[in-house]
Ligand binder design. Structure first.
Ligand code: IPE
Ligand code: IPE
Ligand code: MG
Length: 241
């Protein structure tokens, strides 16, 4: 384990969340189909994982497919699902070898059966791995996640197992898909867009945000190191002074 240059151990983020954006633009700039951008983008995941493993960052969450992304043309959606399936088929051995625990958040029931089953298999197989928790956000929307939690809380209150007066922030956090995972310290978005696009809205309340103009297929290990360096320079105040 080695810290990225200039980052002391106590300034490393514990959890990095990434909005992997810009695959379509990367392809368009090269006169290629958008799908080729997604294919190249899926390769960039490896560099981010390597950066986290090398630096000793224990949690990495990747926004791979949003609830809203189902609105895209059917052939693009199908290609993305196929890429997910292939990613799991080809990388499970590597996930095990590198001691990575895979998790997923979102409405996984929306995914095609084949990809969902592969995902569940790799999640189960890697459950006891300890070097890095890699969470894929798939068919994920933060408002849906919060709505699901609210519905669960209402159910419990109605059944009498939860007293409304005792509901605090922890009652909500523990009913989100991310229960048990620390909130992200660092949120990275590629391709220059200054928005959060319905990602982890509750969990990023005090995350440091780094937006890079690099398009996702061009984003490599050193770019995540650079984001960690930027994070280390920030002064997190949490409303204090
Ligand atoms: C990110 O790249 C991948 C997904 C959202 C699935 P985009 O496909 O959004 O790429 P741009 O934003 O059109 O360049
Ligand atoms: C956010 O990117 C979702 C993912 C990276 C999976 P989008 O490209 O879908 O977001 P918008 O449409 O630019 O907000
Ligand atoms: Mg986009």
């Amino acid at each position: 384990m080695s810290n990225p240059p200039g980052v002391p151990a106590d300034k490393l983020p514990r959890h990095i969340a990434v909005i992997m954006d810009g695959n379509g633009r990367w392809a368009r700039e090269r006169g290629l189909p958008r799908i080729e951008g997604h294919r190249r983008g899926s390769e960039s995941v490896r560099g981010c994982i390597a950066a986290c493993l090398e630096a000793g960052v224990p949690y990495l969450t990747l926004y791979a497919f949003s609830k809203e992304n189902w609105q895209r043309p059917a052939d693009e959606v199908a290609a993305l699902m196929l890429l997910l399936d292939r990613f799991l088929a080809e990388r499970t051995a590597e996930i095990m070898e590198r001691n990575i625990r895979l998790q997923a958040i979102g409405h996984l029931q929306d995914l095609p059966d084949k990809a969902r089953k592969r995902l569940e298999t790799t999640i189960a197989k890697s459950a006891d791995n300890t070097a890095l928790t890699l969470t894929l956000a798939l068919s994920y929307g933060a408002r849906t996640e919060i709505t699901d939690a609210v519905r669960q809380i209402a159910r419990e209150a109605k059944a009498g197992s939860l007293d409304p007066e005792t509901i605090g922030e922890e009652a909500i956090s523990s009913r989100l898909y991310t229960a048990g995972t620390p909130d992200p310290d660092l949120l990275v978005r590629t391709s220059g867009e200054m928005r959060v696009s319905n990602f982890l809205l509750w969990q990023i309340s005090y995350a440091e945000i780094v937006v890079t103009p690099k398009l996702w297929p061009d984003f490599a290990k050193d770019d995540l190191f650079a984001a960690m360096q930027e994070y280390a320079r920030r002064h997190r105040r949490y409303g204090g002074i």
